[in-house]
Design a binder for this molecule. Structure first.
Ligand SMILES: Cc1cc2nc3c(=O)[nH]c(=O)nc-3n(C[C@H](O)[C@H](O)[C@H](O)COP(=O)(O)OP(=O)(O)OC[C@H]3O[C@@H](n4cnc5c(N)ncnc54)[C@H](O)[C@@H]3O)c2cc1C
Length: 418
């Protein structure tokens, strides 16, 4: 019998993990084609270091040689559409036939959804935007060294689906300005539409952020919903306004690619069955990572989803029972430069659009948070381990290398988180 054809769209966290895990489980029993508009993997979480000097090239990893060696066909092309009735995906005018299709093309930003945001804010998403932020921070330091006082305002608008990195940048900026000896010349304010800080991660992260804001003399505002951005102030729907010389924001999210004919929400996020990531209408199409409808968009969740999809396809091909559902547990390490905060958060969907996830009470013992200088080492290790795995088309979550990482992580959690 001919091998089944799996087409994977997008070479990010979800796509690379799904491919690598499939290869790990099925070896040569499956034909894999990868279509992506970039021929490298970008380690997006570490782009937070670019504004503070990191070279973006150090975060872009080539995987083509290993993919070729493993027999994965790669096409650099932009996916435009899917025809589920013909089992074809269209990219740059060509089509590719599939038995199983994995959509993992991620998200994009829509700053224009907020009046003035695109014009006046430093936004964070691409390495180019991070380089522009670096220029703004350099100018800020120069201005303050010249004796000026400056206002820096952070803004999380509604429909941003991953506010964590903006919290990292506010803490990193505070530490950075202290090291430069100009912190006393800069007033830092943080405003978010969220009811609590990093709302998705529950009450314990809110506590950590609140006490960090106090320690660092950062003024934080919750439930500040932006109305519009003007050249030197943000106006909020509660009638308040906050001034800025430098505005730093993480804009509202949209699906990277709108695929006509596939059921999605108003932002293009594809409707799935949560445990398997199968599309609600087409069981042989899957959505993994930011492009799917899971309301929190995170690399770690994209990896878990990639694993679940690979396991599901493996079970289908090998006629085995599927036992590896996607159970959403978020994990992150928040950089702060002087220390880092680790969080592992078991999540569950609520059905409430204002508060789409909450901490899963049935696994409350897995809800772990801890801050320490040593967690910075953990972040560094992850920043080396994951790109190394993907460069070699190996899954994050499998094999002896992962077992070693897992043991290390468990020890660190035991000692440094509670
Ligand atoms: C600054 C920043 C910091 C972050 N920090 C963290 C963190 O600490 N921890 C964490 O868990 N998450 C973090 N995230 C979120 C995380 O990066 C994303 O959730 C993750 O990248 C999603 O993975 P993905 O595979 O869905 O999409 P992506 O990683 O974005 O990959 C999508 C891929 O699809 C390709 N593509 C897009 N459109 C098309 C198309 N039409 N055709 C073909 N290819 C296409 C893209 O080029 C890319 O290769 C951070 C995000 C940012 C911006």
């Amino acid at each position: 019998m001919a091998n089944k054809k799996v087409v994977v769209c997008g070479a990010g966290f979800g796509g690379m993990e799904a491919i690598s895990y499939l290869k790990y489980k099925l070896k040569d029993k499956v034909d894999i084609t990868l279509i992506s508009d970039k021929d490298y993997f970008l380690f997006k979480p570490n782009t937070i270091y670019i504004p503070f000097g990191k070279d973006p090239k150090d975060l872009m990893f080539q995987f083509l040689d290993s993919a070729k060696r493993l027999g994965v066909q790669f096409h650099k092309a932009s996916v435009e559409g899917v025809d589920p009735s013909k089992q074809r995906v269209y990219a740059d005018g060509k089509y590719f036939e599939y038995d199983y299709l994995i959509l993992a093309m991620g998200a994009k930003m829509k700053p224009e959804e907020v009046d003035g945001l695109g014009e006046y804010a430093n936004t964070i998403w691409t390495p180019q935007e991070m380089l522009k932020l670096r220029d703004s921070i350099n100018r800020l330091v120069e201005d303050t060294k010249g004796g000026k006082h400056r206002e820096v305002l952070f803004l999380v608008p509604p429909n941003n689906k991953c506010s964590g990195p903006l919290y990292e940048i506010v803490f990193m900026l505070d530490t950075y300005l202290r090291k430069k000896g100009v912190r006393d010349k800069v007033n830092i304010t943080y405003s978010t539409y969220e009811k609590t800080f990093i709302q998705a991660f529950g009450p314990r992260l809110h506590q950590v952020v609140t006490s960090e804001f106090e320690r660092r003399k950062i003024t934080g505002y919750n439930e500040y919903v932006v109305d519009k951005v003007e050249s030197n102030q943000v106006k909020y729907r509660n009638g308040k306004s906050l001034p800025f010389d430098v505005l730093i924001s993480f804009p509202p999210y949209y699906a990277s690619t709108y695929l006509q004919g596939l059921r999605s929400d108003e932002r293009g996020f594809i409707s799935t069955k949560t445990p398997t990531r199968q599309l609600v209408d087409y069981p042989n199409i899957y959505a993994v990572g930011d492009i799917g409808d899971f309301p929190v968009k995170q690399a770690f969740l994209a990896l878990l989803q990639g694993d679940a999809v690979a396991e599901h396809i493996y079970s289908d091909i090998e006629k085995k029972e599927f036992v590896a559902e996607f159970i959403p547990t978020s994990m992150c390490i928040m950089e702060q430069f002087d220390k880092a905060t680790f969080a592992q958060v078991p999540l569950q969907l609520t059905g409430d659009p204002q508060r789409p996830v909450e901490v899963r009470q049935s696994d409350i013992d897995q809800y772990k948070v801890g801050s320490s200088k040593i967690w910075r080492l953990g972040k560094k290790l992850l920043g080396m381990y994951l790109p190394w795995r993907f460069k070699n088309c190996k899954p994050f979550h499998a094999g002896p290398a992962w077992k070693t990482m897992e043991v290390g992580l468990k020890v660190m959690m035991k000692v440094l988180a509670s």
